[in-house]
Design a protein around this ligand. Structure first.
Ligand code: NAD
Length: 351
């Protein structure tokens, strides 16, 4: 299949690109190369004859039209977005522009091409979104997000993603565009940009710096290994029912503090400190404003309808991830000089 993947130089998008190329798909990777992008993430497939990179911004309709005209993709996998909640608190404007307006322009460019080609039924617009659109859950382990959970986004990031989800559904209902959606939980794994929790913990620990934990560390997330997610996304694209959405979770709920302690224990094994444990570096810092208490995915639909389950536990995935960061220092050291990396963002004091 000829796939247009947006955001393919980012964390999840690059895992999708690598996997799609390995499966023999043709991939056009469209990315604006923002601060969060890294073409190193796709260096292993860059020379593949099935791979093309296009530097373009999803807010630029003319550029999108040119890509659709040049490449006539059979499916779009839309991952390009501003993705960091803390940055959305400091500077929400870019999130609205890229995540909502950018998705609108991409939908329109896709629709124009789809209509010109006679509205092929096999075309897919796969919109990749987040479980954060559903809001915050109580601690009750029986209560999880299903595909029917009402939207209740609470951060500028999640509100912008919710807006984009609504646009995608509206383009299906109004114009008949064949869409599928997926809402996933927190991803982690190789190539995770060093501003997100898990790489921050690993890199601060290795540098002997304080490991920041927001609030009391009780916020719970459902951790999904990025390679498992990429596999699920290709499955949703190929087997998902048009118009339907699929929640994708890791079946691995952990509080932030539990997770940080697990990472410290793995590092204690793999790269012991001269004295003491890495967990001695854990430092509780001011909480994120509006910090959602808990996210958890009810995995029934994707498991029962598409036969997908995560392949690793969070223990196994974290072990691989920590090893990857130990083995790939050049990759993350090059990114540490980027704007805002290593700083505390999103305390809600600016504006
Ligand atoms: P990321 O920040 O690592 O990568 C985003 C990519 O999009 C970057 O390469 C960036 O250059 C590109 N991009 C940003 N703005 C653009 C624009 N205007 N035009 C073109 N390209 C642009 O993000 P990620 O963590 O890989 O997330 C990918 C998608 O998955 C996003 O839509 C995000 O909302 C969603 N998601 C992520 C997670 C997670 O845990 N990381 C969880 C749920 C959903």
């Amino acid at each position: 299949m000829r796939l247009l993947v947006t955001g393919g130089a980012g964390f999840i998008g690059s895992a999708v690109v690598r996997r799609a190329i390995a499966r023999g798909h043709e991939v056009i990777n469209l990315d604006a190369l923002t601060y969060a992008a890294c073409l190193e993430n796709v260096a292993s497939v860059a020379a593949d004859p099935n791979y093309t990179f296009v530097k373009a911004d999803i807010r630029d309709r003319a550029a999108l039209d040119a890509v659709f005209a040049d490449h006539a993709p059979e499916a779009v996998m839309h991952l390009a977005a501003e993705s960091h909640v803390d940055r959305s608190i400091d500077a929400p404007g870019t999130f609205i522009e890229t995540n909502i307006l950018g998705t609108f322009h991409l939908l329109e460019a896709a629709r124009a091409q789809w209509q010109r080609r006679g509205r092929p039924e096999a075309f897919r617009f796969h919109h990749i979104s987040t479980d954060e659109v559903f809001g915050s859950l109580p601690p009750d382990p029986e209560v999880k997000f299903t595909e029917e959970t009402p939207y209740d986004p609470r951060s500028p990031y999640s509100a912008s993603k919710a807006g984009s989800d609504h646009l995608v559904r509206a383009w299906a209902a109004t114009y008949g565009l064949p869409v599928v959606l997926s809402n996933c939980s927190n991803n982690y794994g190789p190539y995770h940009f060093p501003e997100k929790l898990i790489p921050v913990v690993i890199l601060n620990a290795l540098a002997g710096r304080a490991i920041p934990v927001y609030g009391d560390g009780s916020n719970v997330r459902d951790w999904l290994y990025v390679e498992d997610h990429a596999e699920a996304l290709l499955l949703v694209l190929q087997k998902g029912v048009p118009g339907r959405s699929y929640n994708i979770g890791g079946e691995n709920e952990r509080s932030n503090l539990e997770l940080v302690r697990m990472i410290c224990a793995i590092l204690d094994e793999k790269a012991p400190r001269a004295t003491g444990s890495y967990s001695d570096l854990i430092t509780f810092v001011a909480d994120r404003p509006g910090h959602d208490a808990r996210y958890a995915i009810a995995p029934g639909r994707i498991r029962d309808e598409l036969g997908w389950r995560p392949s690793v536990t969070v223990e196994e995935g974290l072990d691989c991830t920590v090893q990857w960061y130990l083995d790939n220092r050049d990759w993350w050291q090059a990114l540490q000089a980027r704007d805002g990396v290593g700083q505390r963002l999103g305390r809600g004091e600016g504006g």
